[in-house]
Design a protein around this ligand. Structure first.
Ligand code: CO
Length: 218
């Protein structure tokens, strides 16, 4: 099938529905976007950012990849974070994982899935950091759930380690990095009670010293 007509029909109906509520919605939105939030979530089709928090187009900037990983050298994710923080001036970065994540399960089980196994190496790292605590849990589902949560926390710290977040804090910009987890079973979000909002809230070893920035400017 060359043309996915049903999706275009669905699109027309959706646009019409929005225009009925607010005739100027799209013309206003086309002039600018000013989202307050950057969402870093899993690619899983059951975890769509806008729908979960019931936000309209224009209200949330989104980056998704398998198992919501923030890799220190991932130019794609770093570019999204940089644009969101420096240009759009988002106030909040939300790393949102989800229970029952297939990526996390694959990393834990260790079975071969192809190229993706390299990406999942980052999750295996998280497992290794916390292996004693995870292996002490008898129930397999609970082990998986815990790794889903620990992965979110790890990625929140990774966001806080970026030069982008650290420069923003150093310049006095308001920026909080949050860790959330979503339950596919009931559609409910949970705050994992990790929020980093300044350089004083991360381990000193993760702070890139200000001196290097001065040198950069010289
Ligand atoms: Co997932």
């Amino acid at each position: 099938m060359r043309l996915l007509k049903h999706l275009f029909d669905s699109n027309l109906a959706w646009a019409e529905q929005i225009k009925q509520r607010d005739p100027n919605f799209f013309s206003k939105l086309s002039r600018q976007q000013r989202p307050e939030y950057l969402w870093i979530g899993c690619s899983d089709s059951r975890v769509p950012a806008n729908e979960i928090v019931n936000l309209m187009p224009g209200e949330i900037f989104v980056h998704r990849n398998i198992a919501n990983v923030v890799v220190h050298t991932d130019l794609n994710c770093l570019s999204v974070i940089q644009y969101a923080v420096d240009v759009l001036k988002v106030k909040h970065i939300i790393v949102c994982g989800h229970y029952g994540c297939g990526g996390i399960r694959a990393a834990l089980e260790g079975e071969a899935h192809g190229l993706i196994d390299n990406w999942l190496g980052h999750i295996k790292d998280v497992y290794r950091y916390h292996q004693t605590m995870i292996d002490a849990i008898a129930d397999e589902q609970e082990r998986l759930n815990l790794l889903c949560e620990l992965n979110v926390i790890e990625q929140v710290v990774n966001v806080a380690q970026t030069t982008v977040a650290q420069n923003a804090w150093r310049n006095g910009q308001e920026l909080s990095v949050h860790g959330w987890i979503y339950s596919i079973d009931d559609g409910i979000l949970k705050d994992l009670d990790i929020c980093i909002a300044g350089l004083d809230q991360i381990p000193p070893s993760c702070v890139i010293k200000a001196r290097s920035y001065r040198q950069e400017k010289e």
